[in-house]
Design a protein around this ligand. Structure first.
Ligand code: 9Z3
Length: 345
């Protein structure tokens, strides 16, 4: 659109050059791993505030609207290499899946707790941020005054009205995290608080959670100096992040409806890994997706032994028109949630 934006995109790695380093699966977290993790790592200082906000939100909806609640996690988690963090490991996720899904949950009658990576995409504002267009490109100058360019105003009004409704009805609670440690403490706290009051909530876990981290016991306080290391090399030795999904299923929100995403880059193992995740964590639904095609197809793998995997795909035409795949995913997940509620009543 604007002459200022060039068409080069730097976020696509050259996959031809990739080396296959298959990492074996590590075991699910048992309660001792949970105890260990939460005893030896430090909770974020704002955790009580997070709990209070969650409680207030759930109570408000229980007493005033009776709306179903979805906890949506979104965006990537960081792994700091220093306590006063100059460097950290991150992943690709911009939070598109989570932010877009939250919009469809809201539209279809849910109240949403949005546990997201701070500064990643948010419902509604995502349409105008982090894109190749700067928000200024949506504006125009008329008689020395700045206005929304009429070309975009119809669409923007539609989005604004949905945003305004969600805001005025207090339908969206935004809770941020940055590091994987903050994410884990927050997920545990929010899940337990939610489950205390509302055992029929839906968990929709779309955040891209790091599999590896540096425990606080090994974290240097200050910026790592080049001369501290052999020949100036930095060797990073990371621990596996305990597989907490099993703890969520068994202990934090037992019996809740949980949908998790499984991310792979190799299409040959996506179904196997998705089935394996369902078996290991014993929850209700895994939505498999490939990094390369995540915006146009996903596969639903559910617990029902008789059910075959269900693929959900956008047509080329729909893709061209900018249809969100989440407009197909969310109704499917809501249907599963509804059936699950009826089964458990
Ligand atoms: C996903 O698979 C999400 O769909 C994406 C969305 C992260 C691919 P974007 O933010 O991407 O729209 O750019 N999330 C789950 C990723 C994850 O960490 N899953 C764990 C795993 O695969 C299981 S909980 O092992």
């Amino acid at each position: 659109m604007s002459h200022f934006h060039n068409p080069i995109h730097t976020s696509q790695p050259d996959t031809e050059q990739a080396i296959d380093r298959t990492v074996p699966e590590f075991p699910v977290a048992e309660s001792v791993d949970e105890d260990n993790y939460f005893k030896t790592n430090i909770p974020p200082p704002y955790l009580d505030e997070l709990r209070e906000e969650t409680l207030e939100f759930i109570k408000y909806h229980q007493e005033n609207t009776g709306k179903k609640i979805a906890l949506v996690t979104s965006g990537g988690t960081t792994v700091p290499l220093e306590n006063n963090t100059v460097r950290f490991i991150d992943n690709f996720s911009a939070g598109t899946r989570g932010a877009t899904s939250a919009e469809y949950f809201l539209e279809l009658g849910y109240a949403v707790i949005f546990l997201h990576r701070e500064f990643s995409l948010l419902p509604y504002s995502r349409h105008y941020s982090h894109t190749t267009n700067c928000f200024l490109d949506y504006m125009t100058q008329i008689d020395g005054k700045i206005e929304i360019n009429p070309k975009y105003s119809k669409r923007m009004l539609e989005i604004y009205q949905k945003y305004q409704y969600a805001r005025d009805q207090s339908l969206l609670l935004l809770l941020p995290f940055t590091t994987v440690n903050q994410y884990l403490f927050s997920l545990k706290t929010v899940s337990k608080t939610l489950h205390l009051i509302n055992t029929k909530a839906l968990f929709y876990l779309a955040a891209a959670v790091s599999d590896f981290f540096l425990p606080i016991s090994k974290l240097p306080e200050h910026k790592i100096q080049a001369q501290d290391h052999n020949g100036g090399k930095l060797v990073v030795n990371l621990d596996p992040v305990p597989k907490f999904l099993r703890r969520l299923v068994d202990s934090w929100a037992p019996g809740a409806m949980i949908a998790s995403f499984k991310l792979e880059t190799d299409e040959n193992i996506l179904l196997k890994k998705s089935r394996q995740a369902l078996k290991r964590y014993n929850h209700q639904l895994v939505i498999g997706n490939l990094l390369q095609t995540r915006k146009k197809e996903v596969v639903f793998v559910s617990k029902d032994a008789a059910s075959e995997p269900v693929w959900c795909r956008l047509t080329d035409e729909e893709l061209k028109l900018g249809v969100d795949i989440e407009s197909l995913i969310i109704p499917h997940v809501i249907k599963a949630h509804q059936e699950w509620i009826e089964e458990h009543e």
